[in-house]
Design a protein around this ligand. Structure first.
Ligand code: PLP
Length: 366
């Protein structure tokens, strides 16, 4: 039984279903990289990796520490670290993680380390900026890069990649196609001068959905694995992976004119039954969901959040719901509910999922 009553259940079957949905969209030789950064989009990166490891070619994490956690859990799959920092390069090598080198500062630091060791053909990944303007070399850096790479036997470019800025937005199609063409042009130059042909990849989840022709050698699927395709038609085919649950700790009878919660934000206009649920903004429930902007399900009925969201609790209106203390509360168990919460919190499902704090226990359902 759960020690904590507030639990995030991770649905292993749903994860595998979603993985296969994307695999079916890929050409036979296209590899699949599963993005498990930020604790597997707020679930449990290590558990997700264990569930999908035999069916993916690569994992990606944002930071070295996340990759180390996977290695310490026994994951042997290649792991790309998307945003390494110079102080972490030694740890990256120690754990056989593969760094993305995105500017000359980190590139030079890694080559220096590789030469000193020396490392042999250590896999590195080179990222190019094609319009996101976040991380990556510029196309004008290609000649300098090639010269430096050719000088060293200690590193081998495993892949060359870029990242799309607006792959989910049909209004930005022209820009996105421009990014893809720009990337293809850079790759062509590299292939001509490097002497070998590293893997290339540019698509994230929405890229796979909207620009399938640009699969190249590999695609990087993140949010899709967790049930969201940034497109209602596609999301329909995906299964919900995150189920957030709690219980009713206490029920209060509130008389007309009395108030509930901090700042007395809810004022009862009728005799009201208020249920207190042990999950709050410190667990990832946005304060924007207070005052009836958000709701939970109790015995299959929607119960609006009344008053302000507290740090550790919410209060919900159960006047019209048959329920008692100890009953289960579903915070969300469907993508549509997460999308609604995201909308009401003025954000996107990515943030709703990753905001679920580490205080909430994770349990995998197989
Ligand atoms: C997070 C991330 C992804 C995954 O994007 P999704 O939209 O979640 O599929 C892919 N590539 C890079 C570089 C990323 O940072």
């Amino acid at each position: 039984m759960n020690k904590h009553v507030t639990v995030l259940e991770i649905d292993a079957k749903a994860l595998l279903h979603n993985l296969n949905f994307f695999k079916k969209k890929l050409a036979e030789n296209t590899k699949l990289l599963a993005v498990v950064k930020a604790f597997g989009y707020g679930s449990d990166g290590v558990e997700v990796a264990k569930i999908v490891k035999d069916q993916v070619d690569y994992f990606a994490v944002a930071y070295a520490q996340e990759g180390i956690a996977l290695r310490e859990a026994g994951i042997e799959t290649p792991i790309l670290v998307l945003h390494p920092q110079i102080p972490n390069l030694e740890a990256i090598v120690a754990h056989r993680l593969e760094p993305n080198l995105y500017n000359f500062k980190i590139f030079d630091a890694f080559l220096k380390l590789a030469d000193e060791r020396p490392l042999m053909n250590y896999p590195i990944h080179i990222k190019f900026n094609t319009g996101l303007n976040r991380l990556g070399f510029w196309h004008t850096d290609v000649p300098t890069l090639i010269a430096a790479i050719k000088q060293s036997n200690n590193v081998k470019v495993q892949s060359v990649f870029s990242h799309l800025a607006a792959s989910e937005d049909p209004r930005e199609q022209e820009f996105t196609v421009g990014q893809i063409n720009n990337f293809a042009y850079i790759v062509k130059q590299l292939y001509t001068h490097l002497g070998y042909e590293p893997m290339i990849h540019i698509l994230n989840t929405s890229g796979v959905v909207n620009y399938a022709k640009a699969q190249f050698d590999m695609v990087r699927v993140g949010i899709g694995l967790y049930g969201f395709a940034n497109d209602p038609q596609e999301t329909k085919h995906l299964k919900n992976t995150h189920n957030l649950k709690s219980i009713i700790s206490q029920i209060h009878q509130v008389e007309p004119g009395e108030t509930v919660g901090y700042n007395r934000a809810f004022v009862a206009s009728r005799a009201t039954r208020s249920a207190t649920v042990p999950i709050g903004h410190a667990d990832g429930i946005s304060r924007r969901l207070g005052n009836k902007n958000g709701f939970v399900f109790i015995n299959n009925k929607p119960a609006p959040i009344i008053g302000n969201v507290c740090m550790d609790m919410i209060m919900v209106d159960v006047t019209d719901i048959e329920c008692k203390e100890g009953d289960e509360v579903v915070i969300f168990n469907h993508q549509q509910h997460v999308e609604y919460m995201a909308h009401k919190s003025e954000t996107i499902p990515y943030e709703v999922l990753t905001a679920i704090s580490q205080r909430v226990e994770r349990v995998v359902k197989f």
